[in-house]
Design a binder for this molecule. Structure first.
Ligand code: PBG
Length: 327
C-alpha cells in the first residue's frame, strides 16, 4: 500500500460544503425561458395529453399562468400560437390581431417587465403544417422570407421584446433583420433557431401546437441529426446575418453541438430542451421510475455545462421552485 502513487479526487467531495466550494456550473432562475401555448377562444385550458403539466391557454387564462411565472422569478416566456383557422399561406402568423400578437399585448400590458419572446414560424398557421409556403409539394424558400419578416414585424408591433424565428428557411435572419429595421425596430434582438435538427423529439410539441406536417417531413429545411460541422455553418451564417442569440435544438441528445457552437461563437447560446425530452422525463416520473426533481436539475445543469447560457424548457416552473428551495 505504502508505495502506491495515485490522486485523491475524493478530498474535494467529502462534504456538501466542500462540494459546493468546487462546483463549476450553476443553474439560475434567470437562465430559464418558459414556453406558453396561446390558443384562440375563451376559457380554454387544455392539458396537452403527451405533455402532462403543459396547457394550451386562451388569453383569459394567461393571468393565472403569468402570476405563477412571475411569483417563481422567471423573467422570460416564449409564445407559440394555436389559431382556430389555418390557410395555405399562414395568414394568422402575421395578422395584426393574430393569437401571438394578442397574447403578447396582454402580457406586456399586465406584466411589462417580463420579456416576451415571439416564436416566428408559419407551421402552426398553415393548413399543410409546413414552416413556409408550399408549391407542388416543395417548401419554397424565398417567397416564405417575406411572410416571415412580416410576421416578425407584426409581433414587434404588438410589443414582443425578442423575435425567435424557428422556420429554418435560408436567409431568415437577414430578411427578418431587414424587415425589423425598416419598420423602426432596430433595437429588437433576434434569437435565431440557428441550429435546428429534423428531430423526432418534437412529436409532443406538434400535438400542443397542432403543427404536424400534413405531407412529407421537414428534412429539406431542418438539419440531419448525423451532422456536426453543418451546425457551425448554420450558426456562422446566422451570425453574419445579424443574429443576437443562437439556439441549438434539441438539447439533450445534442450537448456536443451546444459545446461546438459555444467554442466557436461569442453570442449568448440558448439550449432548447424540447417537448419529447420533457415528455420522456414526465412519463418516467409518473410511473415512479426516476426522481423527477433530481433528474431534471441534472439534465438542465448538463446543458449549462455543455455551454448554454439560457434554456428554453417546459420544466421551467418546477426548476424555478427547486432552485429556490436549494438557495
Ligand atoms: C415550429 C417549432 C417547433 C418547435 C418549436 N418551434 C416544431 C417543429 O419544428 O416541428 C419544437 C419545440 C418542441 O418540440 O418543444 N417550427
Amino acid at each position: 500500500m505504502m508505495d502506491l502513487q495515485f490522486t485523491r479526487h475524493r478530498r474535494l467531495r467529502q462534504t456538501a460544503n466542500m462540494r459546493a466550494l468546487v462546483r463549476e456550473t450553476f443553474l439560475r432562475k434567470e437562465d430559464l425561458i418558459y414556453p406558453i401555448f396561446v390558443v384562440e377562444g375563451e376559457n380554454v385550458r387544455n392539458e396537452v395529453s403527451s405533455m402532462p403539466g403543459v396547457f394550451q391557454l386562451s388569453i383569459d387564462q394567461l393571468k393565472g399562468e403569468m402570476d405563477e411565472v412571475v411569483s417563481l422569478g422567471i423573467k422570460a416566456v416564449i409564445l407559440f400560437g394555436v389559431p382556430k383557422e389555418k390557410d395555405a399561406t399562414g395568414t394568422g402568423a402575421y395578422h395584426e390581431h393574430g393569437i401571438v400578437q394578442e397574447g403578447t399585448r396582454f402580457i406586456k400590458e399586465h406584466y411589462p417587465e417580463i420579456l416576451v419572446i415571439a416564436d416566428t414560424c408559419l407551421c402552426e398557421y398553415t393548413d399543410h403544417g409546413h414552416c413556409g409556403v408550399v408549391d407542388h409539394g416543395d417548401v419554397l424558400n424565398d417567397p416564405s422570407l417575406k411572410l416571415l419578416a412580416q410576421t416578425a414585424v407584426s409581433q414587434a408591433k404588438a410589443g414582443a421584446d425578442i423575435i425567435a424565428p424557428s422556420n429554418m428557411m435560408d436567409g431568415f435572419v437577414a430578411a427578418i433583420r431587414a424587415g425589423l429595421d425598416e419598420a423602426g425596430f432596430e433595437h429588437i434582438p433576434i434569437m435565431s433557431y440557428a441550429v435546428k435538427y429534423a428531430s423526432s423529439f418534437y412529436g409532443p410539441f406538434r400535438d400542443a401546437a397542432d403543427s404536424t406536417p400534413q405531407f412529407g417531413d421537414r428534412k429539406t429545411y431542418q438539419m440531419d441529426p448525423a451532422n456536426r460541422r453543418e451546425a457551425l455553418r448554420e450558426a456562422q451564417s446566422d451570425m453574419e446575418e445579424g443574429a443576437d442569440f443562437l439556439i441549438v435544438k434539441p438539447a439533450l441528445s445534442y450537448l456536443d453541438i451546444i459545446r461546438d457552437v459555444r467554442n466557436q461563437f461569442n453570442a449568448p447560446i440558448v439550449a432548447y430542451n424540447v417537448s419529447g425530452e420533457y415528455s420522456m422525463v414526465k412519463a418516467a416520473a409518473i410511473n415512479g421510475w426516476i426522481d423527477e426533481e433530481k433528474l431534471v436539475m441534472e439534465k438542465l445543469t448538463s446543458m449549462k455545462r455543455a455551454g448554454a447560457d439560457l434554456i428554453i424548457t417546459y420544466h421551467a416552473k418546477d426548476a424555478a421552485r427547486w432552485i429556490e428551495k436549494s438557495l
